[in-house]
Design a protein around this ligand. Structure first.
Ligand code: SF4
Ligand code: SF4
Length: 178
């Protein structure tokens, strides 16, 4: 390694105020008091009694535009003929940082594509809901919905297979069109 490849970082010098940490503590206390005022005086409660109450104000719209900003459980989309849109290209599983997508490709029974997913498993417990799979997909086959209240009593139940992911599509397509 050459000397020019080495970058020496200087430790930043703290100002006198920084060394006391008091301004930062007071700023933090101010934030806490502001939230307390909102809850106690302005009655702006942020706590909901889940699961009896559901959150309806998910961040889906901003500036009048419907933006998909909340990322919940996945679905596999279907095309107009009701077939799975996925062409088993493996882009999503390659992009997935949590390695939670497992695909087995097979020869497509349809003339308009070469492959389709014989198996498509997604581990919803391992997923970090980053949305990279959705971004990577070249044919909008995988999407993250706004559904967040999914439960399973075993780990196995939380590994969504192809039929379950297609079922999520059927259940959500009306309120969340592609
Ligand atoms: S949301 Fe992120 S972690 Fe989850 S399956 Fe997609 S790419 Fe993987
Ligand atoms: S869901 Fe999309 S990115 Fe993933 S294998 Fe299917 S077509 Fe490719």
């Amino acid at each position: 390694m050459k000397d020019t490849d080495v970058i020496v970082l200087e430790e930043p010098r703290l100002s006198l105020g920084d060394q006391f940490y008091l301004p930062q503590v007071l700023i933090g206390l101010g934030t806490t008091l502001r939230h307390m005022f909102d809850v106690v005086v302005r009655d702006k409660h942020k706590v909901i009694q889940y699961p009896e109450e559901k959150r309806e104000d998910l961040p889906v719209e901003r500036g009048g535009m419907a933006l998909r900003t909340y990322r919940g459980v996945h679905r596999l989309n279907k095309d107009e003929e009701g077939r799975v849109k996925c062409v088993a290209c493996f882009m999503c599983s390659t992009a997935c940082p949590a390695h939670c997508i497992h695909i087995e490709a097979g020869e497509s029974p349809w003339a308009d594509r070469e492959k389709y997913p014989v198996k498509f498993d997604l581990d919803e417990l391992r997923c970090i809901y980053c949305g990279m799979c959705e971004e990577a997909c070249p044919c909008d086959a995988i999407e993250l919905t706004h559904e967040y209240d999914i439960i399973g009593l075993t780990r196995q139940e939380m590994i969504f297979d192809k039929s379950k992911l297609l079922q999520v599509f059927d259940e959500t397509v009306e309120k969340e069109p592609m």
